[in-house]
Design a protein around this ligand. Structure first.
Ligand code: ADP
Ligand code: MG
Ligand code: ZN
Length: 482
């Protein structure tokens, strides 16, 4: 019997607001344990939460970017449980009335595009962290993460393979990054997913029994976990056994999951409306204002790059990987340079250097406008490509203005007839043999003489102009072959 995989993800993303969801504590990763918290975010008795307006705006933004309906009225709820990462013994979340309802995310897969439905997006607070065996004396708790604002994006069980599941998570990450509501640093846990997996015979429409693996925080782990879990379930069915609905712990080092708790002891959270917070009202005007602030999303931008600008899909993919990179490319284009040149300087020259140095576009000491000016200098033959590469290297170290750097580094192109003919005369005088070879029909000799003339020009000549001038010097009237 052959089975198909069915997955649904619950993705948690920390919102990158300046302060936490209920108090003025700084919302930042790390810090000395228990220094970034106060009576409110740790939930000491009597402390009252006050909702951070930015959290609502960020959640609405995420909802709109994923085509959800925004609830005009949503309600915070208490999810009651005891665990030492949350001193007040409940998490403030949303339950019956979430903020965003019924959207979708379009995902590219090797089988073509797929639309994955979103059930809901709600806001909630994060909990602290337990540090097991940090000092060999039991478990310590760090409450800095208490009250960090989260959105939870609950997806429908629409995913049909591990690849699709991974691509969906990447698509969600890309959207959250593009709209700047989360720093989506998976390794810091600011984006993580609970992965629900079931299998069913191909052709069956009812859902099979699912298991859930919590808190996976890399794409690779998600993909491997789905495959391993589907295999495990298939083996159970093949042996005539049943899949038990349970929470399982994925161990990425071992590449396997193990059972944690079954449905028997499934928790009853006793949700009830949070009495210390008012319902959240979002007006149509709020929604319209936030919608107007949404930037072009990565998928739309890629489609425009390929469709309208004629950029190769692989390059479009690279140019839209992050907000910083896409923004930089837009700024290069805004300098009025050709698309092809802009793509080459971004993808080949800049990304190439970033890859080899392990740096990221977000922390360069120059912007897209500077790179655009450099490309414009090349297009105007004021700086030749070799010199422009040296200027780019300098920009990457110290930043600066390309035109001024070209002057101060002595890299302005030799393009005037006088300068070119001096270089050519020098090259011809010093290379009599090559000149003779050329005269007796050697095509190679031309290339050699061209190299020598470029050297005599200090590497700064415009190659096209120099080549034409050299032809002219050798053959008399230009033969159009430059
Ligand atoms: P809970 O909140 O108890 O985890 P939900 O019914 O809200 O349960 O579902 C949570 C997630 O599990 C959703 O992302 C949903 O798509 C997914 N899911 C539900 N049923 C299945 C199933 N049979 N197989 C795979 N995923 C499922
Ligand atoms: Mg769940
Ligand atoms: Zn606080």
């Amino acid at each position: 019997m052959s089975y198909e995989i069915v997955c649904g993800l619950e993705i948690h993303a920390e919102l990158s607001t300046a302060t936490k969801i209920w108090c003025g504590c700084e919302n930042a990763f790390g810090g000395e344990p228990n220094t970034r918290c106060c009576p409110v975010c740790t939930g000491l008795p009597g402390a009252l939460p006050v909702l951070n307006r930015r959290v609502v705006e960020f959640a609405v933004k995420a909802g709109l970017a994923m085509h959800c309906e925004i609830a005009p009225r949503s309600v915070m709820a208490r999810k009651n449980y005891f665990y030492p990462d949350m001193p007040k013994a409940y998490q403030i979340s949303q339950f019956e009335k979430p903020m965003c309802i019924g959207g979708y995310v379009d995902v590219e897969t090797s089988q073509g595009p797929r639309r994955i439905r979103i059930t809901r997006i709600h806001i909630e607070e994060d909990a602290g962290k337990l540090l097991h065996d940090a000092y060999g004396t039991g478990t310590l708790v760090d409450l800095n993460r208490c009250g960090v604002p989260l959105i939870e994006i609950v997806g429908e069980p629409d995913l049909r393979s591990s690849e699709e599941t991974k691509n969906y998570m990447e698509a969600v990450r890309e959207i959250l990054e593009a709209i700047a509501v989360s720093d989506v640093k998976m390794q810091e846990g600011s984006m993580r997913a609970d992965v629900n997996v079931s299998i069913r015979p191909v052709g069956e429409t009812a859902l099979g029994t699912r298991t859930e693996m919590k808190n996976l925080n890399s794409f690779r782990a998600v993909q491997r976990a789905v495959d391993a879990e589907a295999k495990r379930q298939e083996a159970l069915l093949a042996a005539g056994k049943k899949v038990v609905q349970e929470t399982r712990q994925w161990d990425d080092n071992r590449g396997e999951s193990r059972g944690m708790r079954g449905k028997e002891d499934a928790q009853d959270y006793r949700y009830f409306p949070e009495p210390d917070l008012l319902p959240i009202l979002v007006t149509p005007e709020d929604v319209a204002r936030i919608a107007a602030e949404l930037p072009e999303l990565p998928a739309a931008r890629r489609a425009r790059y390929v469709g309208t600008l004629g950029i190769a899909p692989a390059d479009a993919e690279l140019l839209t990987r992050s907000r910083a990179e896409a923004g930089m490319f837009e700024d290069v284009l805004a300098q009025g340079v050709g698309v092809r040149a802009a793509v080459t300087w971004m993808v080949v020259e800049l990304f190439g250097r970033l890859n080899t140095t392990g740096r990221s576009a977000a922390d360069l000491p120059f912007g897209g406008a500077d790179l655009g000016r450099l490309v414009a200098l090349v297009e105007a033959a004021k700086v030749n490509p070799g010199s422009a590469r040296r200027i780019l290297a300098e920009l990457m170290e110290k930043g600066g203005e390309p035109g001024r750097l070209a002057e101060s580094m002595g890299l302005m192109a030799v393009s005037d007839a006088g300068g070119l003919s001096v270089a050519i005369a020098t090259a011809l005088a010093q290379n009599a043999t090559a000149l003779a070879d050329y005269r007796s029909g050697s095509a190679k000799a031309f290339g050699f003489l061209m190299g020598q003339a470029m050297k005599a020009a200090g590497g700064r000549a415009d190659p096209k102009l120099l080549s034409a001038a050299l032809r002219e010097a050798l053959d008399g009237a230009g033969n159009g072959e430059a």
